[in-house]
Design a protein around this ligand. Structure first.
Ligand code: GTP
Ligand code: MG
Length: 316
């Protein structure tokens, strides 16, 4: 490929004209990075060009984007700024290295009623506390895809913390999403809100439910994973850029391939496993008890703890 012409935007890619670029942008492929991360077959379909041409465009995008690196020292400096939101349970906080961390994505997966949403509510309250009390003095963007946001429950949790329920609720910005474009656009367009409202926690509950119901069948799987991947990529970008925490929930599906142990795996498979910084598996135990299993974390060993879901919220 000729290197003399600098590639700065979609139209600079070989075989991509104005019309094709418009189609790509409409489908959310609006940067060279996104082209570089595309799969040829899907790219060809979206752009309306053949697969060979798609491969060439993708390759050109891959060669044009520069590597943005940080030194280990710089990363170490950056990690000092990482904030943590207390879950409300001491053992749980310890399990995950001090609380739900900023700069990363924390995913919980588990069956219905395992407590994923309740944990989200608790974090939405706790993040508003001052730092010395396990919060980040920040506010919340809550993407509700299942219509399970319950202000009265949040008020109850807030009252148990001696916080003003009305004030707590007024600091939670809720977006109801009923389609995947609602969900992804809410995140794509959230920069201004994050800055103006001091958002320190983004909750997506559920991350995968709409994707799962909209993209059905084998043929749709690739597209689903690609869209989910872009969505997660954007969430991670926001987490880094604004030093905020991202909490997402995920359902499980029965996996008949697992003969022993717990035959459930999170929806979204590999995409999610690689994107989430911390993965937690929640399961119901006796009465109000829940078992939290830390499945994956870059910095803390795997382990388990028990929490309770009480009228006051999450506790040990
Ligand atoms: P799905 O979204 O259906 O997959 O489940 P989930 O994992 O989000 O479950 P959720 O967090 O909604 O947990 C539901 C459980 O939390 C219920 O079965 C109750 O045990 C408990 N719970 C929910 N609301 C309350 C409440 O207001 N008070 C108390 N004490 N417990 C509650
Ligand atoms: Mg839920």
């Amino acid at each position: 490929m000729a290197k003399d012409k600098a590639i700065r935007e979609l139209e600079d890619l070989p075989g991509i004209g104005e019309t094709t670029a418009a189609k790509l942008r409409a489908a959310g492929i609006d940067s060279l990075d996104k082209v570089a991360a595309s799969i040829p077959a899907e790219f060809s379909e979206i752009a309306g060009i053949n697969v060979e041409a798609a491969k060439k465009a993708i390759q050109a995008a891959q060669e044009s984007t520069t590597v943005n690196f940080l030194t280990g020292e710089e990363i170490s400096e950056k990690r000092k700024d990482i904030g943590r939101i207390s879950t409300g349970a001491k053992d749980f906080d310890e399990l995950i290295g001090g609380g739900v961390e900023t700069n990363g994505i924390t995913e919980t997966y588990g069956r219905f009623a395992s407590g994923k949403t309740q944990l989200g509510f608790q974090l939405a309250v706790n993040v508003q506390k001052p730092k010395e009390k396990g919060g980040l003095d920040g506010n919340v963007l809550f993407i509700d895809t299942e219509s399970t946001f319950r202000p009265e429950r949040i008020a109850e949790i807030a009252r148990a913390q001696n916080m003003d329920p009305e004030k707590v609720l007024s600091n939670i910005y809720v977006v109801k999403a009923s389609t995947t474009p609602d969900q992804t656009l809410a995140i794509e367009r959230s920069d201004k809100l994050i800055q103006e409202k001091n958002i320190k926690l983004i909750i997506v509950d559920s991350l995968t439910a709409l994707f799962r119901s909209e993209f059905v069948g084998r043929g749709a799987l690739g597209e689903r994973q690609q869209k989910l991947n872009m969505h997660l990529h954007k969430l991670q970008t926001l987490a880094d850029k604004y030093n905020l925490a991202v909490y997402v929930t995920n359902q499980v599906m029965d996996n008949p391939a697992i003969m022993f142990g717990d035959p459930t795996t999170p929806i979204g498979g590999n995409v999610l496993a690689h994107a989430a910084t911390t993965m937690l598996y929640l399961r119901k135990s006796k009465e109000d008890k829940r078992i939290v299993r830390l499945v994956d974390s870059p910095s803390v060993p795997e382990g388990e703890c028990v929490i309770k879901i009480t009228p006051k919220g999450i506790s040990e």
